[in-house]
Design a protein around this ligand. Structure first.
Ligand code: ADP
Ligand code: MG
Length: 411
């Protein structure tokens, strides 16, 4: 349904990145058993790269000659795709680089994007190896859709691009605490949720957002572009440039506003030289040290159990956080749970989320709004914020969505 903007031509070449540590540590064997033959039959040749460490994939795609590849495919969880997306956005030629079709094969324990693209096809839900085989077929079909990306800015001026989620509170804690249960695969989130419920707590902070209906234009390229490179890419360039000229101040401010955060959780990219911030300027955001614009909504509650901003349907293979979300709806689905909810009610909520039914339970503690941008300012000096399931610098954070910035093989 909708959305297909191109097809990968044949024969073609994929770069396949495999994280041998993801999930139960069997990604490579699963690729060999289930995917290899499928790709061969579809006339897809590929180069396999096994990642050696964290950020290896990020560095590889940052430096790669992308003209060699018709798509970059990851066989891992969402974490490896997060590396690829950010590696592409860190390139000087990010506008072109981020148009490289991406592919996902679920080989991790958190395979939310793979589960989401399967869900968008309308097919019956599947998991594990069945989901892998389905995603393999999608690669073989080679239909390319647009994918929204969200720009996430931290107090240190670090900026990340995200395809899945921004989370704080219960969900972020479960995300990270459950990494030690990776050996159980996708069930790690259920285990983590049950453990965390026993130590349920309140997270204090300030939340504000720009409602989707308030913003006149979603920041997205004006026209769809075809996959066959150069001929059409100028339309994207010009629309991004009109964006640039509309607002260039925020970007500068963010670049020059630097301060260090020292916190208990080690930020993901500690120790790496900061990469020049690339990408479109955040036209909906004002600097973090200034109040949010007057037309934003400031949430009056300041006690939360969780805040999650998601831009795909699934948060894990069996958690449908935003059932209405689509690949290129240009919307951040903001869901927060206010303090005061009982353990039982929260458990019911997570059980309902397995079917995506949690938003229609009329639970008075749950709020769901569609937004284009948001800001979160936690009050406590320590804590966890995750982006696409990865720990990032803790502290004030704001984000805005870009419709159709990237491309993904889906459908
Ligand atoms: P999972 O779903 O099992 O968590 P991910 O794809 O999210 O799988 O990867 C988990 C983490 O491993 C991510 O933070 C990713 O950046 C990191 N990573 C990638 N390649 C390697 C590697 N070769 N060794 C260790 N960690 C890696
Ligand atoms: Mg992960």
């Amino acid at each position: 349904p909708g959305g297909v903007c191109a097809e990968v031509r044949r024969p073609c070449r994929f770069l396949v990145l495999i994280n041998p540590q993801s999930g139960k540590g069997q990604a490579q064997a699963m690729f060999n058993n289930h995917i290899q033959h499928m790709l061969q039959e579809a006339d897809i040749t590929y180069t396999l790269q096994i990642t050696e460490r964290q950020n290896h994939a990020r560095e590889m795609v940052r430096e790669a000659d992308l003209s060699q590849w018709d798509a970059v495919v990851i066989m891992s969880g969402d974490g490896l795709l997060f590396e690829v997306v950010n590696g592409l956005m860190e390139r000087e030629d990010w506008e072109k680089a981020i148009q490289t079709p991406l592919g996902v094969l679920p080989g991790g324990s958190g395979n939310a994007l793979a589960a989401s693209i399967h869900y968008y096809t309308g097919a019956q839900p599947v998991s594990g190896e069945d989901l892998l085989v389905n995603c393999g077929f999608m690669l073989c079909k080679g239909l390319v859709s647009h994918l929204d990306l969200t720009s996430v800015c931290m107090a240190s001026s670090q900026r990340l691009f995200s395809f899945l989620s921004l989370a704080w509170g219960f969900v972020a804690d479960v995300d990270i605490e459950s990494e030690k249960y990776r050996y159980v695969g996708a069930a790690r989130f259920t285990m983590g949720t049950l453990v965390r419920l026993t130590s349920l707590r309140v997270y204090k902070g300030k939340l504000a957002y720009l409602p989707a209906e308030e913003s006149q234009f979603p920041p997205s390229p004006a026209q769809p572009v075809s996959f066959t490179n150069d001929s059409n890419s100028s339309s994207v360039h010009s629309s991004i440039h009109s964006h640039l000229s509309r607002n260039s101040n925020c970007q500068n401010h963010l670049l020059h506003n630097s301060c260090n955060s020292n916190n208990a959780h080690k930020p993901k990219f500690n120790g790496q030289p900061p990469v020049t911030t690339q990408g479109p300027p955040d036209s909906l955001l004002v600097p973090l040290d200034q109040p949010v614009p007057a037309h934003w909504t400031v949430v009056k509650e300041e006690d939360f159990v969780l805040v999650m901003a998601v831009y795909q349907s699934h948060l894990a293979e069996d958690l449908i956080a935003a059932p209405a979300s689509r690949l290129e709806d240009g919307i951040i689905h903001l869901i927060y749970v206010k303090a005061g909810i009982s353990r039982q009610a929260l458990l019911r909520l997570f059980l309902a989320m397995e079917k995506g039914a949690h938003l229609s339970t009329n639970c008075p503690f749950v709020v769901y709004v569609k937004v284009r941008a948001l800001r979160l300012e936690p009050y406590s000096p320590k804590g966890t914020i995750t982006v696409d399931g990865e720990v990032v610098e803790y502290g004030p954070v704001q984000a805005q969505i870009y419709g159709r910035l990237a491309r993904i093989i889906a459908g």
